[in-house]
Ligand binder design. Structure first.
Ligand code: HXC
Ligand code: NAP
Length: 291
């Protein structure tokens, strides 16, 4: 058994219809591929139709099953409603909404225009709100139960982070929505959870957060106690569990999967990792009782 193996039984998501925003690229696509292999039917959206079309064809060819795609800018509520109707026309139902679409880039905050703030906040916070409202209201109105919303946030949704302030603000809002609706909509049979991933290399994230060879120069893996980035299957295993019926009692939780990264940044004495064995010998002597 490897940590890169699929974890759940082959029929774990059989016939569940899963809508993944941003499902044509990166982590959204990887999670979708694993869901397909567990028997789910997929709907994916993003702004670029050609990217979705190619992804859907490749995913169906490699994993079988059905991948419906529909171009949609999640910032626009009318487009989200059209997406929702198109998925219902295709499959008749939606069982899981995976809010994964995001926008982000690094910048000192004083360099950001109001429009730059809006670009990120509108995709992440408003987009997640739009999709959750469109799909959730329908579930409630039709009295459909056993439904799931899974939101992809970040570890800095809880800690905040310099240089990605619009994203941190928006992801914190998504986390607040996750916990709020986990309580408010539980009576309608809707569960809400979130995943906070650490670094998982994708073209979308790396080109915006670690452009060029910044990642190598700054040795990003040293930020992680396990000294490696995440493998996509590790995230997919967690996501598949959380959207499956096995997680029926999981509600309002945010699960961090980051190799310990945020804690390494948090512990006051963690900088002592740099101390050599020889220095520890000296420290051991220097800190013992002298008399
Ligand atoms: C400063 C920037 C900027 C940058 C854009 N803007 N990029 N400002 N630095 N690098 C400003 C523009 O000047 C403009 O301001 C406003 O933002 C909107 O820019 P557009 O390019 O018109 O926006 P749009 O086409 O809507 O694109 C949105 C985007 C883009 C967020 C800027 O990067 C995008 O489409 N991203 C989607 C995919 C993505 O980001 N994936 C990574 C997710 S990773 P004005 O003033 O002219 O309006 C992630 C990881 C989290 O979330 C945690 C990792 C550990
Ligand atoms: P990605 O490949 O860039 O994924 C972002 C997706 O969102 C793209 O498919 C993009 O498609 C879509 N999208 C962006 N704006 C949209 C809009 N307005 N409407 C609809 N779709 C939109 O990056 P990723 O790394 O896989 O990120 C996936 C999720 O994981 C994000 O929520 C991100 O914050 C989170 N995350 C990633 C990491 C990491 O290390 N990779 C760490 C923590 C959290 P279009 O451009 O075609 O619209």
């Amino acid at each position: 058994m490897e940590h890169t193996d699929g974890m759940l039984r082959a029929d774990a998501l059989k016939d569940k219809v899963i809508l993944i925003t941003g499902g044509g690229t990166g982590l959204g696509r990887s999670m979708g591929e694993y869901f397909l292999s567990l028997g789910a039917k997929l709907a994916i959206c993003g702004r670029r139709e050609e990217v979705l079309k190619k992804a859907a064809a490749e995913m169906e060819e490699q994993f079988g099953g059905s991948v419906f795609f529909h171009a949609c800018d999640v910032r626009q509520y009318d487009q989200v409603e059209a997406l929702h109707e198109a998925v219902l026309a295709k499959y008749g139902q939606i069982d899981v909404l995976l809010n994964n679409a995001a926008g982000n880039f690094i910048s000192p905050t004083e360099r950001l225009s109001p429009g730059a703030f809006d670009a990120v906040i509108d995709i992440v916070l408003k987009g997640t709100k739009n999709c959750t409202l469109a799909v959730g209201k329908h579930w409630i109105e039709k009295e459909q139960k056993q439904k799931v919303v899974l939101n992809i946030v970040t570890t800095y949704a809880q800690t905040g982070s310099a240089f990605v302030v619009p994203s941190a603000m928006a992801k914190a809002g998504v986390l607040a929505m996750t916990r709020s609706l986990a309580v408010e909509w539980a009576k309608y049979g809707i569960r809400f959870n979130a995943i906070a991933p650490g670094p998982f290399p994708t073209k979308g994230a790396w080109s915006r957060l670690l452009p060029g060879d910044i990642g190598e120069k700054l040795k990003v893996e040293n930020q992680v106690p396990l000294r490696r980035a995440g493998e996509r299957q590790e995230l997919s295993n967690l996501a598949a569990y959380l959207v499956s019926d096995f997680a029926h009692y999981m509600n309002g939780e945010v699960v961090t999967i980051d190799g310990g990264e945020w804690l390494q940044g948090a512990g006051q004495m963690n900088f002592l990792e740099a101390v050599t064995p020889e220095m520890w010998d000296w420290i051991g002597q220097a800190t013992r009782k002298k008399d």
